[in-house]
Design a protein around this ligand. Structure first.
Ligand SMILES: *Cc1c(COP(=O)(O)O)cnc(C)c1O
Length: 345
């Protein structure tokens, strides 16, 4: 059967590199949303906890409830509390409307819109937000923002950074005046943290793609020794010898140029591989081309190896599909079996 392997050594290596950027493993919040970027949240969460990570972020309550016992705090990014079971989770609050709606006692991290313009309250709403927090007895545990262009050469990142730094001062003043404890401040995603130089003076950095071994940053912004954690493997279903002129797969998109041995493997677009349509060359990890179209549950390539590595570096697949590594990874079906390697010592 097809399977995914998850390399614990590589994950630990990436987290250690990121911890060196913010000064402490305890400041990292591993972003495990969307099934840990397709890696498998149940497999990845214990690995992060084993390395000493204290904070995790997830998409919704269901993901949060799966892993809450492993971390000091799990922050739900895109959901609001929907049952009493969610009591131990913290919730990212993206609007005044949500802030008004969450039940008393909810632990909240307030998102501030410093320029992404998708979510978050405006800095001008901060005083009103504090009024609601006090009136509704909410627990303000964090205040954060999100960079829209930390992985792009240009000044936007610095503009947002400066806005957030100014806002931190306002939050400190308001919290002190109201007798509230100071919240945790966080702003950096992977690119924001990797770009960061010098003393790190937020309390937390939220790291997603870099922890899994990738960055989409231009080389000019720095090169980083990240190691891909995930590899996708496919098993051979059958083998045949084909002769010149015979065609492979739907619509016969690949025509055999000379006698060759081909095999069919058990991963297709239903498992999260892209549906490459056979019009351009796409290579597996060891350089063998995919032959013809990708089917829902299979693809073909030359040779008769019992197992082939579809990719152990998602970048080549991302380039072939004209997308980013994030999409290649998050598409991987949750039904594929996932095995952690390197955690026995
Ligand atoms: C997904 C997400 C991140 C992680 O971003 P990466 O680029 O993968 O590091 C950080 N913060 C928030 C709010 C997110 O939604």
């Amino acid at each position: 059967m097809a399977r995914i392997t998850l390399n614990f050594h590589h994950y630990r290596h990436n987290l250690e590199l990121l911890a060196s950027k913010c000064g402490d493993m305890k400041k990292l919040m591993v972003v495990l949303k969307n099934n840990a970027y397709g890696h498998g949240i149940s497999q990845m969460a214990p690995l992060a906890a084993a390395v000493g990570v204290r904070y995790a972020a997830v998409k919704d309550c269901a993901e949060g409830l799966k892993i809450e016992g492993l971390f000091e705090r799990v922050l739900v990014l895109s959901d609001l509390p929907n049952s009493s079971a969610c009591g131990a989770l913290a919730f990212a609050i993206h609007s005044m409307e949500s802030l008004e709606a969450v039940p008393s006692g909810t632990v909240v991290h307030l998102n501030i819109d410093t320029g992404m313009h998708r979510n978050g309250i405006f800095p001008s709403e901060l005083t009103r937000a504090f009024e609601v927090i006090v009136r509704h007895n909410l627990v303000l545990e964090g205040v954060f923002t999100h960079f829209h262009s930390a992985d792009v050469l240009g000044s936007d990142y610095f503009v947002q950074r400066a806005r957030f730094d100014a806002l931190k001062d306002n939050v400190r003043t308001l919290a002190t005046r109201l007798g509230l404890p100071l919240p945790l401040f966080h702003a950096c995603n992977s690119a924001g943290l990797l770009r960061h130089n010098g003393a790190f003076d937020d309390d937390v950095a939220r790291v997603g793609i870099s922890s899994y071994g990738y960055t989409d940053m231009p080389k000019l912004l720095g090169a980083f020794d990240l190691k891909p954690v995930l590899a996708l493997w496919a098993k051979r279903m059958s083998t045949r010898t084909l002769h010149k002129g015979q065609k492979v797969g739907y619509a016969g998109m690949f025509e055999v140029p000379h006698t060759m041995v081909t095999s069919t493997y058990d991963v297709g677009y239903g498992d999260g591989l892209f549906r490459f349509d056979g019009t351009k060359e796409v290579l597996l990890q060891e350089g063998q081309p995919l032959l013809g179209r990708v089917s829902m549950d299979s693809f073909s390539s030359e040779g008769e190896a019992d197992e082939v590595c579809v990719f152990s570096d998602a970048l080549s697949m991302a380039q072939a599909a004209n997308t980013i590594t994030y999409e290649v990874l998050t598409r991987l079906s949750p039904w594929l079996s996932r095995v952690v390697i390197g955690r026995d010592e």
